[in-house]
Design a protein around this ligand. Structure first.
Ligand code: UGA
Length: 436
């Protein structure tokens, strides 16, 4: 099948590459000519394990193409995915749908008869209806269908999530679109992954409700972690104990510095706004968003209380989680400036985050390996759970630090190990190991 995808960012690129690998002929479109030129030269604009080799493979098989000639491509397309960004608006908590509507305009000006437009971007309930209105206003004589098909790709494991999804959600009641979608996802359907057909509005809401539910679990376990620290319980044991209840399940119960990234924070805010718009307040979610913000600020205070002012703090990991170079709404963006404001000098190491970005943003010192960060620091703070940090030579770390204090907001080390090594060790939802 010939497929065009508008938007070659994270979602569009992964979707396009995986669909091309399934044997479809895919044209990935983006108005950013620089990005398209890089992709055509085999350069990958994002860090995503496995993506580069899959791009090379499918360019070689002539299944995958990149272009910024959007208009001419649309004129020849019968299947169009929209995968552009829907960030939080600059002046409100609503999703900014300007890119979605400009795609709808562009499609409406270049529409082929019998075209199916599939919205992959995360869009508030009712957006597909609006896209349909925009397109039909100029194309009353043509057949077309707008389908909702949200993505559930986690950064760092996006290819696996695409190929082995928990479910595929499709919002359409149009028989032709249903058959077409089944053809697009034949590889997943053959592997017996569930595909759910529902209304467009339900499909749009499933995406938001899913992300919001996961965000809620994280805030819940983080608050339980706070209580554990006060009473001497262990949040890992609590998560394990409750997760064995099949009604609860074990996932997304790792306590940490709060959720970040390009999805949970913006989607939670947008769902709260939809709730306001339709007079169905999302009170629980409001508490989740507020709790997440409070947590980041509290954790900065916790470091300051442990280490005191005018000290040197080394930060390991600034991305919002491991296996990504993405720093959008990462806890580090709130925590590190607060440390700097309190006169603490900060050095940073992250395996993937861009050095220039960090230096410009924080005015902090960038190091090229974790040991240089540890050297002469009074406290080492772990903000991202990179595997590389789990393998650190902690004896060496202890020798080169000014004071052997580790604050681990990802619980990557066991309490016994840190006790044996005689570190002062602070973690999340577990007792503190104190050498004094
Ligand atoms: C999330 C969803 O997991 C995907 O299903 C969804 O498709 C995607 O958003 C999206 O809407 O595009 P992602 O943002 O890549 O994916 O990140 P997650 O792995 O879900 O983690 C989100 C945040 O929660 C991170 O800051 C992470 O550190 C934190 N987290 C996650 C915890 O603090 N504890 C956990 O147990 C799990």
């Amino acid at each position: 099948m010939n497929i065009s995808i508008i938007g070659s960012g994270y979602v569009g690129l992964v979707t396009g590459v995986c669909l091309s690998d399934a044997g479809h002929t895919v044209m990935c479109l983006d108005k950013d000519k620089g990005k398209i030129a890089k992709l055509n030269n085999g350069e990958i604009p994002i860090f995503e394990p496995g993506l580069g080799s899959l791009i090379q493979k499918n360019i070689g098989k002539k299944n995958l193409f990149f272009s910024s000639e959007i208009k001419s491509s649309l004129k020849e397309s019968k299947v169009i995915f929209i995968a552009v960004g829907t960030p939080t608006s600059p002046d409100s908590d609503h999703a900014d749908l300007s890119q979605i509507y400009s795609c709808a305009e562009e499609i409406s000006n270049n529409l082929q008869d019998d075209c199916t437009i599939i919205i992959k971007s995360t869009v508030p309930v009712g957006t597909c209806d609006k896209v349909e209105e925009i397109i039909s206003s100029k194309n009353s004589n043509k057949n077309f269908d707008v389908v909702s098909n949200p993505e559930f790709l986690r950064e760092g494991s996006a290819i696996n999530d695409f190929e082995n999804p928990d479910r595929i959600i499709v919002g359409t009641t149009n028989k032709k679109s249903i058959d077409l979608i089944k053809d697009i996802y034949k590889r997943q359907i053959d592997k017996k992954y569930p595909i759910i057909f529902t209304s467009r509005k339900s499909s749009e809401l499933i995406k938001y409700a899913g992300n919001s539910m996961l965000a809620m679990r994280i805030i819940f376990i983080n608050e339980i972690a706070d209580l554990c620290e006060k009473v001497g319980a262990d949040v890992g044991d609590i998560a394990h104990g409750i997760g064995l209840d099949k009604r609860i399940g074990p996932h997304f119960l790792s306590a940490g510095p709060g959720f970040g990234g390009s999805c949970f924070p913006k989607d939670a805010r947008a769902l709260i706004e939809s709730g306001k718009e339709y007079k169905a307040p999302q009170n629980l979610l409001k508490a989740v968003v507020d709790g997440n913000e409070r947590r980041k600020s509290n954790l900065a205070d916790r470091i300051i209380n442990i280490v005191g002012a005018k000290k040197r703090v080394g930060i390991l990991g600034v991305t919002f989680k491991a296996n990504t170079d993405d720093m959008r709404e990462a806890p580090s963006l709130s925590i590190i400036p607060k440390l700097l404001d309190n006169g603490i000098s900060v050095s940073i190491y992250d395996p993937e985050a861009g050095q220039q970005e960090i230096e410009e943003f924080y005015g902090a010192e960038w190091k090229s390996d974790p040991y240089s960060v540890a050297e002469n620091s009074d406290c080492l703070v772990i903000l991202t759970e990179w595997d590389e940090f789990k393998e650190l030579d902690l004896k060496k770390i202890k020798d080169i630090m000014s004071q052997p204090i580790i604050v681990d907001f990802r619980n990557i080390f066991s309490l016994n190990k840190m006790k044996d090594l005689n570190f002062e060790y602070h973690s999340v939802g577990r007792c503190t190991i104190n050498t004094k």
